[in-house]
Design a protein around this ligand. Structure first.
Ligand code: PBG
Length: 331
């Protein structure tokens, strides 16, 4: 490709007016790009603001239904639910994840009942249910066991699917869990329940506020580096994605988001599959604190970062800004 030299070519020409910029925009955000992560808590009429995530609250099931209506009305296609399990229901083996009447399942059923036309994605990992805050079962040395954890994740997935979850999203990073969950869903009468694999999930410092939100920060000892990925690695992310696709994932996710847009772009280039990114809690907090400190206009910061995900090749983004951004775009 050759270009005419200046002054025949002036790239500023097409930028000179708003109509022309609109016409030449390569990417565009819409509310249907957003998946909205929400935290559910016990009780009735309860809203618990989360200090580490300014502007984000946990909601009891009845109020969660209201949030689902807000999301649907704003054009958001899908919610991502996370439970703040009561302390006395957490255990070393995370068995509450298998309880058909646990907080998650009650929230799923209530939303599906009241707002049947919105999708529900559910996280599969044991950390909101374990007394130690790790995503799986531990051996005597504290190592997170792979295969024994998968057996429970299968049960957790079937439990969520039976309650009405549309997309199962394993976020635990155990090897082989996507194939095992896919097989169980097929055999268990859930052939149309999707799997969105947290395929390239990094052991990140950006998850701190989330762990507050689900009540696992104080419980967690150590880190998650023996199962989540090393932030140093990019090639390995491509192997993770290839494996999860081979095991039957319908779509893949990269997480965190902004610091890992190179991974999004590489996955998009290599595989012709839907790629999602999770703009995680620490990224959300970073934007909120920056805006509060006067470092930039909040709405502009939000929309610019979300647009960056589209430019990198994302089909959609999980973001705590989903409702606000959808309303901005809809206005
Ligand atoms: C659970 C899980 C985590 C997040 C999503 N699912 C935390 C973790 O892996 O420690 C983080 C999301 C966020 O920070 O917004 N495995």
């Amino acid at each position: 490709m050759t270009y005419a030299p200046y002054p025949a070519l002036r790239l500023r020409r097409t930028r000179a007016s708003a109509w022309s910029r609109a016409m030449h925009a390569e990417n565009r955000l819409s509310p249907s790009d957003f998946l909205w992560p929400l935290f559910v808590t016990e009780g009735q009429g309860v809203e618990e603001p989360i200090a580490a995530l300014p502007g984000v609250s946990r909601w009891s099931v009845d109020l969660m239904v209201e949030r689902a209506r807000d999301a649907r009305d704003a054009g958001i296609p899908c919610l991502a639910l996370f439970p703040n399990t009561q302390a006395d229901r957490r255990s070393d083996d995370g068995a509450e994840a298998l309880n058909p009447d646990n907080l998650m399942c009650r929230a799923i059923r209530a939303i599906k009942d009241a707002v049947p036309d919105i999708g529900i994605l559910t996280d599969v990992a044991l950390d909101p249910y374990t007394a130690h805050g790790q995503d799986g079962l531990l051996d005597d040395t504290g190592y997170v066991l792979n295969d024994a954890t998968i057996d429970i994740l299968i049960g957790q997935s079937l439990n969520q699917a039976a309650a009405g979850a549309d997309i199962i999203a394993p976020s635990d990073m155990m090897d082989g869990r996507v194939g095992a969950i896919r097989a169980a869903l097929e055999q268990g009468g859930h052939p149309n329940v999707q799997i969105m694999a947290y395929a390239a999930k990094y052991a990140s410092a950006f998850y701190g506020p989330f762990r507050d939100a689900v009540g696992s920060r104080g419980l967690l000892k150590g880190d998650k580096k023996n199962y989540q990925m090393d932030p140093a690695n990019g090639e390995e992310a491509l192997r993770e994605v290839a494996l999860d696709l081979a095991e039957g994932a319908d779509s893949v996710m990269v997480k965190p988001g902004l610091p890992y847009l190179d991974i999004v772009a590489r996955v998009r280039d290599r595989f012709a599959v839907p790629v999602f990114a999770y703009q995680v809690s620490g990224e959300y907090a970073m934007i909120e604190h920056a805006a509060a400190a006067g470092a930039g206009d909040r709405d502009a910061l939000i929309l610019e970062t979300l647009l960056a995900f589209k430019r990198a090749g994302c089909s959609g983004v999980l973001t705590y800004h989903a409702l606000h951004a959808a309303r901005l775009l809809g206005a």
